[in-house]
Ligand binder design. Sequence first.
Ligand SMILES: Nc1ncnc2c1ncn2[C@@H]1O[C@H](COP(=O)(O)OP(=O)(O)OP(=O)(O)O)[C@@H](O)[C@H]1O
Ligand SMILES: O=C(O)c1ccc[n+]([C@@H]2O[C@H](COP(=O)([O-])O)[C@@H](O)[C@H]2O)c1
Length: 194
Amino acid sequence: MNRKVGLFFGSFNPIHTGHLIIANHMVENSDLDEVWLIVTPHNPLKKKSTLLDNHHRLEMVYKACEGYEKLKPSDIEFGLKQPNYTVDTLAHLQEKYPTNDFCLIMGEDNLKSLHRWKNYEVILEHHEIYVYPRIASGKTSEEFKDHAKIVRVDAPIVEISATFIRKSIAEKKNVRPLLAAKVWEYIDLMNFYK
Ligand SMILES: Nc1ncnc2c1ncn2[C@@H]1O[C@H](COP(=O)(O)OP(=O)(O)OP(=O)(O)O)[C@@H](O)[C@H]1O
Ligand SMILES: O=C(O)c1ccc[n+]([C@@H]2O[C@H](COP(=O)([O-])O)[C@@H](O)[C@H]2O)c1
């Protein structure tokens, strides 16, 4: 049987406990064999100005995933054209791993902007999307409401965001519980987000 792999794309600036809860929930409570955490150099819908270097964000994803056998960090987008359109990365991955079944994992905020993604219809034609609930502004497009390829996951809402963490660090607040211990130590050592 083909391996079913969940692709969890993100800026991960930085990776936080919310991301880990989602990735772990998906791999433990669904038909997925593995979840790959793919660090995106440049989200086409976000400004690059507040982003840490790719390799620092990847390093933090490695640190966060230590001890989680089924979670695999990936730098596959580092060598692809920027900004990174997910439809292109999916085509690349499917060619490289023809026997894997890939599905996408995203938070509900990303579902609300999915209609603005490049060739989102092509993505939905070939892949399922597992959506983790999240409180976010904006409306979900009608076409995604009862879509056969969009699976809404029933799981506890986690109110953590990388934006809040970056802002809190800049304001000299303690954010330790919001990050894996090794990620917090790395951010502190490197003086990130101050
Ligand atoms: N608390 C959360 N609940 C549900 N989904 C989340 C949560 N945090 C992040 N995600 C999802 O994880 C993926 C990667 O998100 P990202 O790295 O942008 O984190 P973020 O916390 O949303 O960052 P930022 O605040 O910088 O926008 C996206 O699909 C996003 O929807
Ligand atoms: O393909 C697109 O048009 C597209 C538009 C917006 C976001 N994405 C991807 O969605 C992923 C989540 O982004 P982020 O910044 O919310 O973590 C990241 O891999 C982005 O490249 C992709």
